[in-house]
Design a protein around this ligand. Structure first.
Ligand code: B12
Ligand code: SF4
Length: 456
């Protein structure tokens, strides 16, 4: 099983820490369905060199392409198919463009794999594998434990990534979600006991929930948080502005160990929200959401998209200024990128505004569409400027001053500075092949100041 990487992640010169954060959870999940006596190797090109020439030919090669790693995925697949190996491919990019992927695979899968993958395995063993499997039955019931034994933990800063749900209850039209889950349910969770059992299997204290929206099903989230309370876990996750503003749910999450939340604010221009069907953000008080998180001792990783149709050249400074004023600890900026088969893609294509299909550049750092309110150059320059400005020491300092107390101010400085200001140190750690050694420092930062306890 292989997770191919985009070129940047394999560069001998500099490897950003973000590619050494999380292990290949999707493939480790699929490996759970194999028989105990099947031999399986899990390779992740983001963190290890994969020399395809020197690899033995397996009976079956499983490849998971993302859009930005599609080119490399196809190269690997073509190489092994030429050797007579059966290649199976699935995941997000394959679901967006099944015909493109089918040219490089013997079997393709669309949608999540929990129903079709075991069926394929049986048919493959029987010598009659299908050419294409489309997922329709959506459930996580009876899912085998994730094969975490296949994950080389020392190569990741956050080996304990976990997902306990699939999809999301919302329908933002730039998101991969609706297209990926077409043909069945698009938001469902594990049984709470199964999720708690999966959590129990993870060593150490720190967890990172990769669920699109961990707070999306209130009943599930409450039961999960109640089950986790008192276990001493420290964790990070993603949620929406709306869910943060709900009474009580955030408090339960914090009592269960939530210390930092990724929130999709997306835009400071409210006209963009309606156009992109980000309905759950419309009319929501963003500043109140940040305040509520900070008051609860939770750090904010805010996500913003630039280049939406109502954005003009002033959007970069306005966004950075707003984020710094709120004391947001970390921000992730993106250039609006229409992913194939999303609603946004369909609109851009109908308007003739897609300028090329070089998937390598669909990494949210390059302009691939014709923007409305500015030029492509302004958009790319503004994007890079926003990163530089947000992570200037003067702004990190200013942001920390917006925090409710001294503890939070120190945490802000340690966390925001640690991520962006010490990239060369991260690079050295990656090269030592022991990134996990930084985990205690991350845990200390999250634990020392966070949580409602800090406020007495
Ligand atoms: C963690 C994560 C990352 C991590 C690491 C990824 C990793 N190690 O797997 C990091 C930080 C490195 C990352 C980087 C990027 N990411 Co990212 N990331 C995610 C995130 C949040 C979770 C992925 C995950 O683990 N999911 C849980 C597992 C269980 O699901 P899964 O991997 O999809 O696998 C299931 C199915 O897809 C299917 N399946 C997958 N492969 C196969 C193969 C077969 C044979 C079968 C049967 C089934 C199957 O079965 C699995 C079990 O259900 C997703 C959002 C999401 N909800 O998926 C975005 C996401 C995958 N990322 C995305 C993007 C765009 C990027 C970046 C380009 C963004 C950027 N600007 O930096 C980069 C570069 C990616 C690259 N390497 O090329 C997009 C992908 C869009 C696309 N069409 O490909 C997503 C969907 C986010 C979004 N909403 O747009 N990412
Ligand atoms: S809330 Fe997030 S995960 Fe859900 S549809 Fe919107 S962008 Fe996608």
């Amino acid at each position: 099983m292989i997770l191919p990487a985009l070129t940047e992640a394999t560069s001998p010169l500099f490897r950003p820490i973000k590619y050494s954060l999380f292990p290949p959870l999707g493939l480790a999940t699929l490996a759970g369905y194999l028989d105990p006596d099947d031999e399986v190797t899990l390779l992740d090109e983001h963190v290890e060199r994969v020399d395809i020439e020197s690899l033995d030919s397996p009976d079956l090669l499983v490849v998971q392409p993302y859009i930005t790693s599609a080119r490399r995925s196809y190269e690997i697949a073509d190489h092994f198919r030429a050797r007579g190996v059966h290649v199976a491919m699935g995941g997000l990019h394959v679901t967006s463009l099944p015909d493109e992927a089918a040219a490089h695979a013997d079997t393709i899968f669309t949608g999540p794999g929990e129903d079709t993958w075991p069926l394929f395995l049986k048919e493959f063993r029987d010598g009659a594998p299908g050419r294409r499997y489309d997922s329709t039955l959506r459930t996580l019931a009876g899912m085998p434990p994730v094969r975490r034994d296949l994950i080389k933990r020392n190569l990741y800063l956050v080996p304990n990534s976990i997902v306990v749900s699939r999809g999301c209850p919302h329908h933002c039209d730039f998101c991969y979600k609706d297209a990926f889950f077409e043909g069945g349910k698009s938001f469902y969770t594990q049984a709470v006991d199964d999720a708690l059992a999966e959590i129990d299997r993870l060593p150490g204290r720190h967890l990172y929930f990769l669920d699109d929206h961990l707070l999306g099903n209130r009943r599930f989230a409450e039961a999960l948080f109640d089950g986790m309370a008192g276990t001493g876990r420290l964790w990070q996750a993603a949620g929406t502005v709306k869910s943060v503003l709900q009474p009580d749910l955030l408090e339960r999450a914090v009592d269960a160990g939530l210390r930092s939340l990724f929130v999709g604010f997306e835009t400071v221009n409210s006209a963009n929200l309606a156009e992109r069907r980000k309905d759950q953000n419309i009319g929501k008080d963003y500043a109140a959401a940040v305040r509520r998180l900070h008051d609860a001792g939770v750090m904010v990783n805010a996500s913003f998209v630039f280049g939406l149709d109502h954005d003009g050249p002033d959007v970069f400074d306005r966004t950075v200024e707003w984020a710094v004023e709120q004391g947001i600890e970390t921000a992730t900026f993106h250039i609006m990128t229409p992913y194939p088969s999303t609603g946004l893609w369909k609109q851009m294509e109908a308007e003739g505004r897609i300028v090329h299909r070089d998937w390598d550049l669909y990494d949210t750092r390059h302009v691939v569409h014709r923007p409305k309110g500015m030029t492509a150059r302004q958009l790319e320059d503004g994007y890079w400027r926003a990163y530089r400005d947000f992570y200037r020491w003067s702004n990190i300092w200013r942001g920390s001053a917006a925090q409710p107390g001294t503890h939070e101010r120190l945490r802000h400085l340690a966390y925001a500075g640690g991520w962006k200001k010490f990239e060369p140190a991260w690079d050295a750690l990656i090269r030592s092949r022991n990134v996990v050694r930084a985990m205690p420092a991350l845990e200390r930062t999250l634990a020392a100041f966070g949580g409602r306890q800090a406020h007495g």
